[in-house]
Design a protein around this ligand. Sequence first.
Ligand code: ATP
Ligand code: MG
Length: 470
Amino acid sequence: MKAKILIVDDDPDIATMLEDRLQASDYGTIVARDGVQALEMVEQEAPHLMLLDLDMPRLTGLDVLKRLPKVRPAEDLPVIVMTAHGSIQAAVDAMKDGAYDFLTKPLDKDHLLFVIGKALERDSLKRQVACLKSEVDSRYASIVGASPKIRTVLEAAQRAAKSDASVLLLGASGTGKELLARSIHQWSPRHAMPLVVINCVALTETLLENELFGHERGAFTGADRLQKGKLEMADGGTVFLDEIGDMPLPLQAKLLRVLQDREFHRVGGTRLVSVNIRVIAATNKDLKQAVKVGDFREDLFFRLNVISLTLPPLRDRPDDLPALAKFFLNRHAKEAKRPGMMFTPAAMDALDRYSWPGNIRELDNVIARAVILSPTDAIEPNALALDFGSAAGRGDAPPYLTLPYHESMEAHSRHIIEQALLDAEGNQTKAAERLRLQRTYLARLLKQQRQKQEERAGEDGEGVETAVKA
Ligand SMILES: Nc1ncnc2c1ncn2[C@@H]1O[C@H](COP(=O)(O)OP(=O)(O)OP(=O)(O)O)[C@@H](O)[C@H]1O
Ligand SMILES: [Mg+2]
């Protein structure tokens, strides 16, 4: 789509010259002869950018800038002001009033196009960021669950969100700690400011220190400019310290100091930097035990543990399972463009009986896989591929090792194809590349497997369910 540029200048020669130049560079143009008309056009024509002469009779350019927010949010429309050579002060004033950049007359053609290009690019990036943000927010918007156990946690979390108190989220892997941390930020008065996630397990101590505090120029070889750390980026917002139980001890001491004083030095720096942050931390470790054995500082534990919320494992909230399963089925079926998918009663039964050691994340993954692999819209238990064997404590040997040779080979082949398809998010061409197979050959294998599965399901309709119940 052509960007539409609104030219505002009382001098018709300049306006025509600008129109010619911009149209030659493939921009669409509209022209306003004065400030009043400019504001009308902003409202009616929704231009993408405004080139605004500052020196006009009646409404000056500065007046237009000041009135612009009433017509359209200033951050929504980049404005480049044009001023006579020598009146830089007017340009500076305009920038203070929200102009994106300025040009001096007589206009240099290349510079004109450069500044416009830059402003439009920034505007489009801003839109993309806003779009992505709303996508991420909506992804994290819904916490499914109505069981009393999760309700109690959510109500406490909503109350905690209103305060600035530190929150410690506990619970096994995959129980929804990160989702809850994001929700607390969303429910808090800080929601318009950033939520910055710091994963304390992913990095070595030095890197983590750099990530938290940033560094000054020259702090170490290769530090050729000042870089802000994540604590500083979160200023005004929330810091989510994920996997806090894995933070190295020396860093725990430094973090404690920040939490006490809300001040720190960047790596290699002498100046104190102060920040206004709210802290949420999460771990699946037993922090009290870690304190006992000396792996976690007791004073830091008390700092973080002002409000502590524990997310229950999925098997302790069976009432929520149907709603969660439906939620993930809807999400994945929509992504895979397979609307109308559903669970057969036998599949629902299997979901219900399984013990979910990986909690909600595991449920999410199991359903994602079933949506990709299920040959029909009705998901059967075998498409869920739940491993009741190991969950029942029958050791870790792959189930196909106990089968006769041909069935074992077939099961193994099915397993590697499923894995490749999952890695390729269901894309057969990519999965075939991974497996170094012709795509048509992979398609044939898949068809054969489906036929065999259907034959087997036909032979022993009850068999599948019995196996699941076993
Ligand atoms: N109540 C819920 N409703 C909907 N989705 C949920 C819910 N709880 C968790 N999820 C989803 O389950 C997945 C795992 O959740 P999350 O990453 O928050 O868990 P976690 O406790 O941080 O796990 P880990 O300890 O492994 O990091 C995510 O995709 C999340 O969106
Ligand atoms: Mg997590």
